[in-house]
Design a protein. Structure first.
Length: 195
């Protein structure tokens, strides 16, 4: 394989080496000669998972900082606290910004760790990291909400059982209650026309 050097004599003759820094990365090697071109378009799941871990950890750290800042604004001694509306809006803005910052950091880490020389491939790794992180956070949030609802339902059932013990634990077997509802004695037989 013969390679020529550019006018500066510092490497293969490619548009980037000739001074065009906006040109895509190119090599004088044909795709058949270079095994890297086959690997370029494959996704590096290790880089994506590392980006997800980075994003989740940064999200966790930023949310903990936000909880600390929010707790520092409350003063139970003086009663000079922000209103619930402004407190909720501030928490929502903080959560959104920390999510964006965490997604950027995770996507950047995945793009850098992908080992792909093309910027677009690194961008796709970052986008995949963001999507996977979003799915994980959505799963965690819905699991937390579901567990909270289950706890509230169990508490409601327990309290309703204390208030209405006859409904929660009936004293008579079910077939006895059915006879009471139908007003039919278990020993008295029905007329032969209704059988």
């Amino acid at each position: 394989m013969a390679t020529t050097t550019n006018v500066h004599g510092s490497g293969p003759d490619t548009p980037r080496n000739r001074g065009d820094h906006d040109a895509p990365h190119m090599t004088p090697v044909t795709p058949a000669e270079d095994a890297r071109t086959i690997i370029l378009n494959r996704i590096s799941w290790g880089a994506v998972l590392a980006g997800v871990v980075v994003a989740l950890v940064i999200q966790l750290i930023l949310n903990m900082v936000g909880i600390g800042i929010g707790a520092a604004t409350l003063d139970p001694g003086t009663g000079d606290n922000p209103s619930a509306t402004s407190f909720s809006i501030g928490a929502g803005i903080w959560w959104t910004l920390s999510g964006i910052i965490a997604a950027l950091a995770g996507g950047y880490a995945a793009g850098r760790l992908s080992g792909a020389p093309k910027e677009s491939t690194a961008g796709w790794h970052g986008l995949t990291t963001w999507a996977l992180t979003t799915l994980i956070i959505f799963y965690l949030l819905t699991s937390a909400v579901g567990a909270s609802l289950e706890g509230h339902i169990a508490l409601f059932r327990a309290r309703s059982g204390m208030l209405l013990p006859r409904l929660a634990a009936p004293s008579k077997p079910p077939h006895r209650r059915l006879h009471l509802l139908c007003r039919v004695s278990p020993t008295r037989s029905l007329p032969s026309s209704s059988r």
